[in-house]
Structures are given as C-alpha cells and as structure tokens.
Design a protein around this ligand. Structure first.
Ligand code: HPA
Ligand code: ZN
Length: 339
C-alpha cells in the first residue's frame, strides 16, 4: 500500500463537482444511441474520442450537449448514473454530490420527471448496494433565459425532497451570476442551498456576485479568484469551499500547464480547496486520476493529500455527524497507512 496510486485509491473521499451528463462514456453513448434509434455525428468510439480536443469551455460544451442528445428514456438516465456509481465505487469514493442539467433535456422535449426519476433510482440503488451516499444538485444553464430558469425551478419543486441545491453552469462569459439573482432568491426561499460555477473563465467579479448576490455555499472552480487578493481574503475568512477540477482545467486550457495548477497556492493561502472530476468521460479521468494529477504535478505530500480528502467531506452537504464519521475513517486510514 505504499505507492502514491494505492494511497490515493484507498483513501476515503468525496466528490463535489460532477456533471452526470459529463460521465457519458462513448461506449455507453453508442449503445444508447442504437437503442433509441438516434444518429451520433461520429461513426465509431475512436472517431468520437478524437473530437475530445478542446481550446476552451465553449468547444467542450458543444460536444457535451450533442452527446447528451441521445438520452431520452428514464432507463437511459438510470444507466448513465449507475455506470458512474460503479466507477467511483471502485475508486473508494464514499459520497458524491452531483449536478444534473434538466434544461439540456427539456429543450429536446424529454420531461423533467424522466430525467430525475432515472437518476434518483440509480442513486438510491447506489446507496443501498454500494454504500455511496449522495446529494443531488439541479444546475441551471446560464446561457438560457431567466424565464427558462424559473420554469425549471418550478418543475423541481415537485421533487424538492430529492434535490439539495440549485447550481449554475454552462457558458460563463457574458452570463454573470447576477442574471439569476431572482431565480436563486426564490430557490433559497424554497429551502434549497445554492452553488455556482464562477471564475472558471469568468472574472473575479463573478465570484463576488456568486457570494454576495446568489449567497452560495460553495464556488465551483473559482480559479480566477486568485487574481483578486481581497477576494482571496474574503473566501478564506468565510472558509468558502472551492471545487477545483484539475484535469478539466488542463483540457479546457483554464490552466496553462500542469505544474502551474493553482491548487497548491490555494491550500497555502488557507483556502478550502477540494479536488473533483467535473466531466470525467471527456477530460480523461475520474476522481483518483484527478488526485493523482495534482499530487504528481505539484509533488504533494501524503499530508496534503489527507488534507484534500478531509476537505472533500468538510465542504460537503453531509450533516455534522456524518462528517465526523468520515474524518474518523480518514484518520484511521492514515494511521494504518503512513508514508
Ligand atoms: N463549466 C461550465 N459548465 C459545465 C462544465 C464546466 O466545467 N461542465 C459541464 N457544464
Ligand atoms: Zn463543472
């Protein structure tokens, strides 16, 4: 158990930034496309994988949304989610908080009920059969209108018991968090927590807006916060979690090269940074591969890896008792597996 890979694989950890549509592996995509008699723009799995070469967020999103087009039936959403849960079970991920994008499907006349029922049924099976706890986050597509966001939130109210938080994703530049101030105010009134992607490509100002206008409990990405020392101080004083996605940052060129990934700097500054996989089917790795990437590129110590694993539970929406149990599990693991 002394290699870095083994240590990362076995340490108990949680995932807090994961788009379920971003776990759609090409093989399953082709299988479901055939089942639903839909044509993909690519002839083979290999051809599709060759297209996974992005220069920015938008180039990725175009391919990500077109992949999701073949998801139609409740069973499709079940199969997608179940495949993800099996993957993370093998990686010793004990808890996951995942996003789903209902507007990606409602725009194709796939009803909200089918999307959420398939995902929820798989998550419940994962909890019972694999022992993976979860929270579900409905993410609003920020390139669409406020009206569409309100409509989606309205549909979600019927499934309130299944959804913990409302998030904000998709094309960041030109779509500041303030565009959804009223939607998020209603979401909070209805008892949802809030999170938002901010500072991935967008400026530090968007992170300020997520904090002060959307009243988020976590910032998703938040890399560009480092450009604003006042913002860094604010994030530290609030102990505000940032859900960092190392392989995503490399694939979407948010970070220029691996040794300059900002997560080490964030930890040094006392920020509550966590490691996550974002869209693992598109970015070349699930949670272990993301831990391994930063551990290698930044020569993280075992202590820092333990800190990141602990952060993943601290920053989660688990209740304090559950968090305490997870911390104990990590401490026990580290005692049994010192360097
Ligand atoms: N950023 C914004 N929207 C997204 C992402 C992301 O990294 N992944 C899936 N939708
Ligand atoms: Zn994301």
């Amino acid at each position: 158990m002394n290699t870095l890979e083994d240590f990362i694989n076995a340490i108990p950890k949680a995932e807090l930034h994961l788009h379920i549509e971003g776990t759609f592996e090409p093989e399953l995509m082709f299988e479901i496309a055939v089942r639903n008699k839909r044509k993909l723009n690519y002839q083979t799995v290999e051809e599709l994988k060759l297209a996974y070469d992005f220069n920015n967020l938008q180039e990725f999103l175009d391919i990500y949304y077109s992949g999701a087009d073949v998801l139609i039936e409740e069973q499709d959403f079940y199969d997608l989610t179940w495949a993800y849960l099996q993957k993370i079970h093998a990686q010793h991920v004990l808890h996951t908080e995942l996003f789903f994008d209902p507007q990606t499907h409602s725009s194709r006349a796939v009803p909200f009920s089918k999307v959420i029922s398939g995902i929820h049924r798989a998550l419940e099976d994962g909890r019972e059969k694999l022992g993976i706890s979860y929270r579900l986050i409905l993410s609003i597509l920020r390139h669409l209108s406020e009206e569409s966001a309100f409509q989606t939130l309205q549909e979600a109210l019927e499934y309130k018991g299944w959804i913990t938080a409302i998030g904000l994703d998709s094309s960041e530049n030109g779509h500041p968090p303030s565009k959804f101030e009223r939607v998020f105010a209603l979401a909070r009134e209805e008892g949802f927590l809030t999170v938002a992607h901010a500072g991935e490509e967008g400026p530090p100002e968007y992170v300020w807006e997520a904090l002060n206008i959307l009243h988020v409990s976590r910032i998703d990405h938040g890399n560009r916060s480092l450009e604003d020392p006042e913002l860094v101080a604010e994030l530290v004083s609030r102990n505000m979690p940032l859900t960092i996605c190392p392989l995503s940052n490399l694939k979407l060129k948010v970070v220029r090269d691996r040794i300059n990934h900002p997560i080490a700097d964030m930890l040094e500054k006392g920020m509550m940074a966590t490691v996550n996989s974002d869209d693992p089917a598109y970015f070349g790795g699930y949670l272990n591969e993301n831990f391994l990437e930063v551990a290698r590129a930044l020569s993280l110590s075992r202590e820092q890896i333990v800190q990141l694993a602990k952060n993943s539970f601290t920053a989660s929406f688990l209740d304090p008792d559950e968090k305490r149990k997870m911390m104990e599990k990590i401490d026990r693991f580290y005692q049994l597996n010192p360097v």
